[in-house]
Design a protein around this ligand. Structure first.
Ligand code: 1BN
Ligand code: ZN
Length: 343
């Protein structure tokens, strides 16, 4: 019986669709990145053996030590703030990272004229493309109590330092550099507003805009309020959903393979309401951002109990492991023949 034209068309289109799907699977996923989302990029997915290898690099003692050293009162332009800044800078310089400070003065409510210092560390300062990881290292000023801000955001800073150490020898040949930014003056001194908050990130985003450096940032992952037992994330920024969804998928894949000992799923697929943070001055200048901030603020948020002994290290390590996979997938680690030395 002769086939009708429309039936043949249907078969033809189905075959084309099938071929396209197969090609997409072979090539991996292609997503947009960069300033104004103009660049497309295709990271290659990690094999299970690569994931197992990367998971084996965990260093929980190093992570805990950083959280302990950073969880001190570190209000902008105070002695504790200088001690923490020097700790971060010295640690990264010892690992042979290129570290620069973005220093400026500004008058703020209550405390008057202060010196702010953003810390920018690049693994490969000559790279034309950077995958940027950020957190804030200042602690909020409270008149009546000692606020050491473990989840806000000593743990995030500790994760960045820990990541630098763990991945250091695996980042050398990457054309895309990992860049770590420790923002100063995220917190408000009196009451959160457009002018009383985000001092460091507002300054750095403007400096980089004037220098033409924003175009060299592929993607900016901002960490905040990490370390509580009930940690979870939602997808807050629809423009970079595909990148956020990689975290969701990686966590599932790691759990399924038994590489990750799941406390609970940290990365939820649902959309959530975003909150003000250091990414805003960059988003306003069209930098692609994934905001990795707890969907429910820690119970100890802005309280004296936000101390290191209340940090949940199992959950924090779980987060660090998924982040490590995301970074190494982005930096095309699977293209490096590390297995050659084994076989
Ligand atoms: C995050 C940590 N933030 C402050 N400390 C940002 C924030 C701003 C959170 C306003 C909630 C409301
Ligand atoms: Zn805070």
């Amino acid at each position: 019986m002769p086939c009708s034209g429309s039936f043949l068309e249907f078969i033809f289109l189905t075959i084309i669709l099938f071929i396209l799907l197969i090609c997409q699977n072979i090539q991996g996923y292609v997503l947009s990145v960069g300033h104004n989302g103009t660049l497309t990029y295709k990271p290659s997915e990690l094999s299970l053996s690569h994931m197992q290898y990367l998971a084996g690099l965990s260093d929980p003692t190093d992570l805990r030590q950083h959280v302990q050293r950073i969880s001190v009162k570190r209000v902008v332009d105070t002695p504790g703030h200088a001690i923490v800044r020097n700790y971060i800078v010295d640690y990264l310089r010892k690992l042979k990272w290129n570290v620069e400070l973005d220093i400026f003065q500004q008058k703020v409510p209550i405390l008057g004229n202060l010196t702010f210092q953003n810390i920018v560390a690049k693994k490969n300062p000559k790279a034309q493309r950077n995958l940027m990881l950020g957190c804030h290292y200042d602690s909020k000023y409270f008149k009546n109590f000692n606020f050491v801000a473990a989840t806000d955001s000593a743990v995030s800073c500790a994760l960045l330092l820990n990541m630098a150490k763990i991945l250091n020898d695996r980042l050398k040949s990457s054309e895309i550099s990992l860049m770590l930014v420790f923002f100063d003056g995220e917190e408000a001194f009196e009451k959160w507003s457009e002018t009383d908050s985000l001092y460091g990130s507002r300054h750095l985003a403007k400096v980089w805009e004037d220098k033409g450096f924003l175009g060299k940032i592929d993607l900016f992952l901002l960490l905040d309020l990490i370390g509580a037992k009930n940690l979870s994330f939602k997808n807050y920024l629809p423009d970079t959903s595909e990148w956020y969804n990689r975290f969701v998928q990686l966590e599932k894949k790691l759990a399924k393979a038994g590489i990750l000992n799941l406390e609970h799923h940290l990365f939820k697929s649902e959309f959530g309401q975003d909150s003000d943070d250091d990414h805003l001055p960059f988003i306003r200048r069209n930098v692609s951002v994934v905001h990795l901030i707890a969907e429910k603020y820690p119970a100890v948020w802005h309280q004296a109990e936000d101390v290191e002994r209340n940090v949940d290290y199992n959950v924090t390590e779980q987060f660090g492991l998924v982040l490590r996979m995301f970074l190494m997938e982005y930096l095309n680690f699977s293209a490096t023949p590390f297995l050659k030395s084994i076989y």
